[in-house]
Design a protein. Structure first.
Length: 152
């Protein structure tokens, strides 16, 4: 198992992990308008920009299959996704460990926007809510999420 920086040649892999995870997991937690918002927010254009800035990483399982991704912007963890069939096996925890270690080399706190599917993991890891946001999305649906932080 390894975590490696993503390159433009990995764009389709990062996009697939992101889209599959959102499409399969998020409808359990959010209405259609919010799911569509997430898909648009994590667009190919936005992923490409982050890859060009060396902010995106891929997690490979023992057989070197890419199963997860994380984006790290300064002291913020963004776009942490693990393919649904690999969830519950520690991959998300490993990606979170990796991101925290990188961030804590330069910063004293880690910040993230917690969607409902990941919130339990973040609470178990010592993150605390600092803000609550709602966004009106398509279909007059709402997207609710928390900004969380962990201080070291």
């Amino acid at each position: 198992m390894s975590i490696k920086q993503a390159f433009l040649s990995d764009l389709s892999i990062v996009k697939k992990i992101t889209e599959v995870t959102i499409a399969e997991i998020y409808p359990r937690y959010y209405p259609k308008g919010a799911v569509d918002f997430f898909l648009a927010h994590h667009s190919e254009k936005n992923i490409r920009q982050d890859i060009k800035k060396d902010l995106v990483f891929l997690y490979f399982d023992i057989s070197e299959k890419p199963v997860g991704t994380v984006t790290i912007r300064n002291n913020e963890i963004c776009r942490l996704f693990v393919l649904p069939s690999y969830q519950g096996k520690g991959y998300g925890t490993e990606l979170l460990n990796f991101a925290e270690r990188r961030i804590l080399k330069e910063y004293s706190k880690v910040i993230l926007d917690a969607s409902l599917p990941g919130k339990r993991l973040y609470l178990k890891r010592g993150y605390r809510d600092t803000e609550f946001h709602t966004i009106l999305t398509g279909n007059n649906d709402f997207l609710c999420y928390d900004v969380m932080e962990k201080r070291i």
